[in-house]
Design a protein around this ligand. Sequence first.
Ligand code: GLN
Length: 381
Amino acid sequence: MIAINSKLPNVGASIFPVMTGLANEYKAVNLAQGFPDFPTSPKLISLVNDYMKKGMNQYAPPPGILPLRERIAEMTFNLTGKSYSPDKEVTITAGGTQAIYSVIEALVREGDEVIIFEPAYDCYAPNIRVHGGIPRPVELTPPDYKIDWENVKKLISHKTRMIMLNTPHNPTGTILSKKDIDELIKITKNTDILILSDEVYEHIIFDGQTHHSMAKYPVLAERSLIVSSFGKTFHTTGWRMGYLLGPDYLMAEIRKLQQYAVYTCITPIQYAIADFMASPEHYMEVKSMYQEKRDYFAGLMRNTRFDLLPVAGSYFQTAHYNKISEEGDYDFAIRITKEFGVATIPTSVFYTSNADHKVIRFCFAKTEDTLHRAVDRLMKI
Ligand code: GLN
């Protein structure tokens, strides 16, 4: 073997494909990895097909095709009141994960500190480290996973380059409140701290609550890069289509690097989504569809011994299993996949400290039939 010096020596495979692999092996119902098991719109599929047939099969411009960037800017303006320039401030990415990677790659340097809130989506800390940055985690705990801003203040120094936020939050399903936004404004005032805001579940918010996008608050928007994802909104996680919003001078740096990483994203799908987004109901109806699913799943889960935690957004439901077992959450998740045939995600993997609060995450982006089959099995535990 030729010796190499790993850039991420302590990182193994992401939990998502691991649990999906185990679910497939044991023929378990897969409520682990977050992806819908129902189809996307036939109209969207035929638009992709049409554009392929029309010959839109060659490179798009690296920032994405202009009509799609225009539709995104219109949607963002209508939902937040913030106007982004389609030309300079909107960029199409190969999914939310690549957008996050490119922002960190462009803006975090050796020794820079980045504040993250844990449990944190699993790509955040490795992406910071691989670029020489230092993740500074703030631990959030169940049942409400609220941010203690005093703890955040203690971590802020001249080394703080960035604060990474995620609302609605994966894996907990919590959202930032107006009070959190006020604290964030206070904490970042008169600093050079950038914000990377992962808002990929922006359209999935429950019970009439409000999504507080960074775009809504001018003093935050001017320091924020906002990530979103068509995979989540149009049930197409395998298409790898996301986008990034942010001030032009920051976006210019990100685009420089992105062009040499992915060059550009898939062309016919960009044209198809641009057409599809011309009808706002295609993204506005996502909220009520998922509200029904969340309520349906929560209703069924009342017949089990799991204790559900509050969920305000995203397509995830977390639950305590204290009444069932004292096992660690990882072992518990593996065991119920093998023995009871339902795969879930343990939340300890999202903490640097591996804090085990005996909470697992269920994905309810599934048909009623799938949810029913899963809960029938969970009732036996
Ligand atoms: N975002 C999805 C989840 O949290 C999965 C993404 C992935 O598999 N990388 O489950």
